[in-house]
Design a protein around this ligand. Structure first.
Ligand SMILES: *Cc1c(COP(=O)(O)O)cnc(C)c1O
Length: 479
């Protein structure tokens, strides 16, 4: 390598010393909310980058002005804030998938996150009975509401539905067989595979029937001295159509009772309101499953119920008690934040008319498409980027989270396209903005579905578009 020429040496000399830089930053009161370690790391990495780019002759890719203390300091602080950002942060969901598992499933009702704040901020009667001053159960707070809302004799809440199923299998059928229809051996999203859960619960799976048809005799013929439970699993994220037959939960529980075998029903989503009332396809309700006589019914708290991540168990006193007493129950127990959020959510359902108004997931799913269209039009009016084409188009939203797989909810999107920029480029620009806006690409346009965007988020989405999408070539101002 040739020795650096005079110009290069001069530039290298203009790079400040790390200590001078940090002293200057402190003296100016810049970045005072940043830990010193973050500032030091940012300063060191900036200076290293400046040195390398000077030697490589590419300085203007890093810094277009003369290197001054002021300029370097502001670059360090900016870097510092970038690296000190929280890893978990808010995003704006413009995908139109309401229960998006990767984006945290159900957004909580206001009452639910207020209750979480209160429970988290101080102490609460989590396992304490205030009337008697004695130790209580954390389950007492939820059981009352779940019994009232589902008609079940008893209820238990655990960490999530996968844990509920695991606990049910372990407590009821450990070392024995669980009979399941082959058409219900599903994989739910993030590799929830029933056969594996069975194995972990210490039970042997006996699958009966065929993928598309299972009749009551298939179950009856499988019952023997080793049978620990009959199980029904709601087909969440898929449907088998055409020549099909399945055994209803009522028929299955009747068989179970005749043969003295308990019946477990994994509902998956588990609604507390009749979705048909909201203009949506029916999803099985917890109450109906309980009425069908199942001994144990399990469901997720953060799917169509619209609450926090939780596994809800309702059923007969005898079996719920067996789950409660099992050692695994301690390993999958819920924390106070979940209890607070879930209790607040369940209380909303005590007045079924309030649920579609106050529970965001239900509100989004049932909102009239014309209201979504108005929101899309409002966004369109706020977007001001030269050369960007914006059009309000009708589209379909999805429930997501393995619920309502066949439901196509009519919606309106703002479709963005710009000459010379692919839709995936637009998608990336909004996704990597300071506030991420996530849309979906279709037919080389970026679709922003306003069904999953709150009214109050519309100005932010417009700002993100206006600030991050520029006409003309990409601006690669690196700092
Ligand atoms: C979603 C789902 C699960 C898993 O529930 P989590 O709460 O995500 O653990 C289990 N079974 C069925 C049928 C489901 O739909």
């Amino acid at each position: 390598m040739n020795p650096p020429d005079e110009k290069t040496r001069e530039l290298l000399r203009s790079i400040p010393q790390v200590n001078d830089l940090l002293e200057f930053i402190e003296g100016q009161g810049l970045g005072s909310d940043l830990p010193r370690k973050v500032l030091l790391d940012s300063a060191q990495s900036l200076l290293e980058e400046l040195r390398e780019s000077i030697l490589a002759g590419t300085l203007d890719e890093v810094c277009r002005e003369d290197i001054t203390l002021e300029l370097a300091a502001s670059m360090v602080v900016q870097r510092g804030w970038q690296s000190f950002r929280t890893n978990l942060r808010k995003v704006i969901n413009a995908t139109g998938v309401v229960l998006h598992t990767n984006l945290g499933r159900a957004p909580l009702a206001a009452a639910a996150f207020e209750a979480m704040g209160e429970a988290g901020e101080g102490y609460c009667n989590l396992e304490y009975v205030l009337e008697s001053g004695e130790r209580g159960s954390r389950q007492q707070h939820l059981e009352q509401w779940l019994r009232e809302l589902t008609g079940a004799e008893a209820a238990l809440v655990v960490n999530n539905n996968a844990a509920a199923v695991l606990l049910a299998v372990a407590a009821v059928a450990r070392g024995r067989e669980v009979v399941v229809s082959r058409g219900e051996l599903v994989e739910i999203g993030d590799s929830f595979r029933l056969p594996e859960i069975m194995a972990q619960g210490g039970a042997r799976l006996v699958d009966v029937g065929t993928t598309n048809r299972t009749v009551l005799d298939d179950y009856r013929n499988a019952i023997g001295p080793e049978t620990g439970a009959l199980m029904k699993i709601h087909q969440s994220n898929f449907r088998i159509v055409g020549y099909t037959d399945e055994v209803s939960l009522e028929e299955l529980t009747r068989l179970g009772r005749q043969q003295f075998v308990p019946v477990i029903c994994d509902l998956g989503s588990g609604c507390l309101v009749d979705l048909r009332r909201l203009g949506l396809p029916a999803e099985p309700m917890l109450k109906t499953a309980v009425e069908s006589g199942a001994d144990i019914v399990t469901a997720s708290g953060d799917k169509l119920l619209g609450g926090p991540q939780a596994g809800i168990v309702v059923g007969s006193r005898e079996y719920v008690e067996a789950l409660r007493k099992h050692p695994l129950a301690r390993a999958v127990r819920v924390d106070k934040m979940t209890i607070a959020a879930l209790e607040a959510t369940l209380r909303i359902y005590m007045d079924p008319w309030r649920a579609p108004l106050d529970i965001p997931a239900l509100r989004m799913l049932s909102e009239d498409a014309t209201v979504v269209r108005d929101r899309a039009r409002r966004l369109k009016r706020l977007v001001k980027v030269e050369g960007l084409t914006c059009e309000v188009v009708d589209e379909v939203s999805r429930a997501g989270g393995g619920t309502l797989p066949m439901a196509e909810v009519p919606t309106y999107c703002l479709a963005l396209s710009a000459p010379g920029r692919g839709a995936s480029e637009l998608e990336r620009l909004l996704r990597t903005a300071d506030v991420s806006v996530l849309g979906r690409v279709k037919d080389d346009r970026l679709l922003l579905d306003l069904r999953t965007v709150a009214d109050g988020e519309v100005p932010t989405v417009a700002l993100v578009i206006n600030e991050n999408i520029q006409a003309g070539p990409p601006c690669d101002d690196a700092t």
